[in-house]
Write a protein that binds this ligand. Sequence first.
Ligand code: F6P
Length: 326
Amino acid sequence: MAKIETIGILTSGGDAPGMNAAIRAVTRAAICAGMKVKGIYRGYRGLLTDEIVDFRTQNVSNIIQMGGTILKTARCKEFQTTEGRQLAYDTIQRHKIDALVVIGGDGSLTGARIFANEYNFPIIGLPGTIDNDLYGTDSTIGYDTALNTIMECVDKIRDTATSHERLFFIEVMGRDAGFLALNGAIASGAEAAIIPEISTQVDQLAELIENGFRKSKNSSIVLVAESPVTGGAMGMAERVKNEYPGYDVRVSILGHLQRGGSPTAYDRILASRLGAAAIDALLDDQRNVMIGIKNDEIVYVPITRAIKNDKPIDQELLNTLRRLSI
Ligand code: F6P
């Protein structure tokens, strides 16, 4: 396969803590391997508008501890069109970029797959999203930090919930996935998690209330994954008011604060390992794979599999939450 001399790196979709650590790792591992690095600003949009800067090792100094992404990010509608992708390809040719490293979630890697197939262009994906919803990796960059943020917030809300003897529905992000809600609930000792993965099989709210979940407690915290399927925290609170009056209910929607903050040690290490492995993968002639982590080992997952397969919720975690919240 043609030798890769210059790589482009971009972050796309929702930002996630640890993206900067990944940018640093990719840049420095590439330079160590004798490659040139170009930083592409504002995700795929930067390819359309030619916002590209040569990256040297100093460009990524002192960023490992920073949340967000120094490359900025965007959700780029134009890249979803063939004309947009043609423009992107022209820019790539002009800059003599031989391969791309794309850090992002489901939507970003979907864009990467289409582009890679259309132009037979080498792309390596890194899973960067707080949602942890990419198949083939135990964790995504940013998930652990978001989980810790959720845990800290719930700890605080618990103080007021206990003082007022209230039932709180706390909505967390995750798009269509319940990983943040489920593990956030376990980490914060919440009474339950309402997640989209099982919403169509069971009425989680009815199950909760009918099982007498507050019998021995004067306050309760339920984490609800944002999703049209769960109805979100507001939907749950409405239902309780109508179907189970008598509960003193409050809602808290954590929102975008879950995406910010300095990455945890786990996310920094994960991002560093995955970023360095992206360059190993290119040197190893791997193409169009996402770098993941499975049982603490680096794995290559075809991008098509990472985005097309639904990552399953671990039943053991659900059972643990249920058993520990009595
Ligand atoms: O994918 C990350 C995420 O934070 C989701 O959890 C959430 O649904 C979405 O992005 C919010 O996107 P935006 O910042 O564009 O509103």
